[in-house]
Design a protein around this ligand. Structure first.
Ligand code: UT7
Length: 324
């Protein structure tokens, strides 16, 4: 059986029109632009319009990734959607996206790993493509965190935003893929930390949707160590290093976490893609938003080695190395 690699064919994103600045938030809760910028690097975030759902954002991002890939929706036979804010408890929001795109074959499902969802979804799609079971996958991260925020809690409501990103992955015979494709991915979960970042509702507990709760300082305390560990695993598995990667596209939650992780790993500041100032923490959508920006502004070129990482509720954390 020939070896298959999952190659990135296209990337796209979508941010809702409504822009909320730090100053807008300071008019509603006891916070300031200065505090938010200094502690997180965030300047503004996008918030979905009334009635605009996670699937709507996901469809927009998917269409932009398909256009970037030069493919039709009918070319896709797998959709993996990373989200913690589905339209409904079930069916999977991926099924809605599939229907909106007019796809009637293959499979579509949601994956829940909170902020690490994109890397978990990429790894899951990669594993399916490499078996040959599917040919082309849409890996989507789409979130409407604005719906689960407690807008009176200044410790969390200033941090998150809505958005979606999508990547088209294609299973290609290794000889044709050359060096391109998903090189490695590493996924971790430690459920002992599940009460440090969670939503206080759900179908089988409260029968309500609930609100996001976070011990921010505790998350911060673990973040850099977990991120650097799982990246070191990716380097050890491949022989790559901070010197051989072209781009580091980290989870966009907090500028201080990004800078501290890059510094600990000795990744040159010029290789770090940071967009958190423009959209805040969009959970599973963030990496693809950042990837889309760096691809479209010409930073990420074909052949570049791109390092991805994420960390979030669970705790979950993950890394991936992708040769573009
Ligand atoms: O995907 C993973 C998702 N989450 C994260 O990555 C978040 C990780 N954590 C963080 O990013 C940071 O812990 C925060 C940005 C959430 C908070 O920054 P911090 O430097 O850890 O601040 P803190 O929680 O230690 O709070 C410092 C002070 C407190 O006041 P006192 O007790 O010192 O008087 C807070 O009440 O800042 C206060 N504070 C605020 N002040 C103005 C908390 N939130 C705000 C706010 N505006 N929005």
């Amino acid at each position: 059986m020939s070896v298959i690699r999952s190659v990135v064919r296209g990337v796209g994103s979508y941010l809702p029109e409504r822009l909320v600045t730090n100053a807008d938030l300071a008019a509603e809760v006891d916070t300031s632009d200065e505090w938010i910028v200094q502690r997180t690097g965030i300047r503004e975030r996008h918030i979905a319009a009334d009635g605009q759902m996670t699937s709507d954002l996901g469809v927009r991002a998917a269409r932009s990734a398909l256009a970037d890939a030069g493919l039709e929706a009918s070319d896709i036979d797998l959709i993996v959607l990373a989200t913690s804010t589905p339209d409904q408890t079930f069916p999977a929001t991926a099924a809605t996206i599939q229907a909106e795109l007019g796809i009637t074959h293959g499979a579509a499902f949601d994956l829940q790993a909170v902020c690490s969802g994109f890397v978990f979804a990429l790894s899951t799609a990669d594993a399916h493509l490499r078996t040959g079971m599917f040919k082309r996958a849409l890996v989507i991260g789409a979130e409407t965190f604005s719906r689960i925020l407690d807008w009176t809690d200044r410790g969390t409501c200033v941090l998150f935003g809505d958005g979606a990103g999508a990547v088209v992955l294609e299973g290609v015979a290794a000889e044709a893929a050359g060096a391109r494709g998903v090189i490695t991915s590493h996924l971790r979960t430690d459920g002992r930390h599940r009460t440090k970042l969670y939503v206080d509702g759900g179908p089988s507990s409260t029968q309500t949707v609930g609100h996001l709760r976070m011990e921010g300082r505790e998350v911060f305390r673990h973040a850099v160590g977990m991120i650097t560990d799982v990246i070191e695993d990716a380097f050890a598995a491949t022989g790559e290093s901070a010197d051989t990667i072209q781009w580091f596209v980290p989870h966009q939650a907090n500028r201080r976490i990004i800078d501290a992780s890059a510094q600990k790993l000795q990744i040159a500041p010029g290789k770090v893609v940071t967009t958190v100032d423009r959209h805040g923490n969009t959970s599973a959508a963030y990496i693809k938003l950042a990837l889309d920006v760096a691809r479209k502004d010409g930073r990420i070129q074909d052949g570049d080695l791109v390092l991805l990482e994420a960390m979030g509720g669970g705790f979950t954390w993950a890394s991936a190395l992708v040769r573009w």
